[in-house]
Design a protein around this ligand. Structure first.
Ligand code: FAD
Length: 353
């Protein structure tokens, strides 16, 4: 059955909810289709010890502050899930869970949104599918011969799953540092942390608040034609959240350079040195989950879609929200997605008026 609606939002994580909030304010008729069975987006799948890198008051979506989590300066992932579930309910956002969108294609003056359980004819689409469902693992020699387990950030839950094992953690970003810290602090896991370049820790007093300020300053500079300040990446790669700081200061978080190949029982470096391993955890990032947009034929450099703000350059009825700085500075954070969501909703409102 085909249903008609002004706007379909694909994805009901934080970006989809922020879009819904602002579409509602525009008075538009919309629906949010979310593949997940329950609210919370990617936050439902984070590892047990993960905490936000910002306090609650710096982790809020438009309209409603995230409540403080009792006893925690930095809320945990479960608290974020509760907040998003409450947000969805409080604003009575029309989120339909358990519906995966397979394709968005042009159909005259409409966009046809095809899902596993129905089709929607929409005048505009906001894609907010995040990156969690597209973990990235680099092509490394020997991946096929390694006899141990290979996991990605998305598979990691807790250090206890690796008790007594030798684990190589690959990646010099926040996930790599946090998972390596989680494992070394457990005490009974032998960890080799591997990064492509020496780890760059942000100063200890910099958390998500400062990062958001830097991203905002960058946006202002770019908006007013001043030169690019370099944004958050210019400060470092790793936020020194408390466990990372503890592990680093105890001398437990030292990184080796990237190995040249995996072998059947571990890794080998170019200088001939080796490390045995029972598991390799790839903390090597994500790619935007855009497969459903393939029929629109918009893919550009590095798998991104060329945008002006959030609007697809070659398809003005399509907006991309929350995928990273290329869809708005800090748009892949809780506090940062509100502004691009508002701009997307206004743009859609203008288009449909
Ligand atoms: P998601 O949360 O991934 O939600 C996307 C939703 O779309 C999901 O429910 C998914 O099921 C659904 N979906 C996907 N494909 C389809 C489809 N084809 N059809 C229908 N539905 C679909 N940000 C912060 O602000 N503070 C932090 O401290 C912080 N820490 C982070 C730590 C880690 C380890 C990671 C990975 C990210 C962190 N982030 C943090 C970044 C960011 O807030 C999250 O990545 C966030 O989950 C992105 O939200 P989203 O709505 O864009 O995507």
């Amino acid at each position: 059955m085909t249903q008609r609606v002004d706007v379909v939002v694909v994805g009901g994580g934080q970006a989809g909810l922020a879009a819904g909030y602002h579409l509602r304010r525009q008075g538009l008729d919309f629906t949010v289709l979310d593949a997940a069975l329950a609210p919370g987006g990617a936050w439902q799948h984070m590892w047990d010890s993960l905490h936000l890198f910002s306090p609650a008051d710096h982790s809020s979506l438009p309209g409603r502050f995230m409540p403080v989590q009792p006893g925690e300066t930095y809320p945990d992932a479960g608290h974020v899930v509760d907040y998003l579930a409450d947000y969805e309910k409080r604003y009575d956002l029309p989120v339909q869970h358990g519906i995966r969108v397979d394709a968005v294609r042009r159909d005259g003056d409409r966009l046809l949104v095809e899902a596993d359980s129905g089709t929607w004819r929409a005048r505009a689409v906001v894609s907010a599918t995040g990156t969690w469902s597209r973990p990235f693992v680099p092509a490394v020699s020997g991946c096929g011969v390694f006899a141990g387990r290979q996991l990605h950030t998305v598979d990691y839950r807790r250090a206890a799953d690796f008790a007594g094992q030798r684990v190589i953690v690959v990646g010099g970003g926040n996930s790599g540092a946090q998972i390596a810290a989680d494992l070394v602090l457990a005490g009974d896991v032998q960890v080799t942390w591997v990064t492509r370049r020496p780890p760059r820790f942000l100063a200890d007093d910099i958390d998500g608040r400062a990062l958001f300020d830097v991203a905002t300053a960058r946006r202002r500079a770019l908006d007013t034609g001043r030169s690019d300040t370099g944004g958050v990446a210019s400060l470092g790669d790793i936020v020194a959240v408390p466990p990372v700081r503890v592990a680093r200061d105890a001398g437990l978080l030292t990184a080796k350079s990237m190995f040249s190949q995996l072998t059947s029982d571990g890794a080998r470096w170019a200088d001939g040195s080796r490390a045995g391993a029972d598991a390799v955890i790839w903390c090597t990032g994500f790619r935007p989950a855009l497969a459903h947009l393939a029929p629109l034929n918009l893919r550009g450099l590095r798998g991104h879609i060329a945008t002006h703000g959030t609007r697809a350059l070659s398809e003005p009825r399509l907006h991309l929200l929350g995928y990273g700085d290329w869809t708005g500075p800090a748009s892949a954070t809780l506090i940062g997605v509100g502004r691009p969501a508002r701009e997307a909703a206004r743009d859609v409102g203008g288009l449909l008026a």
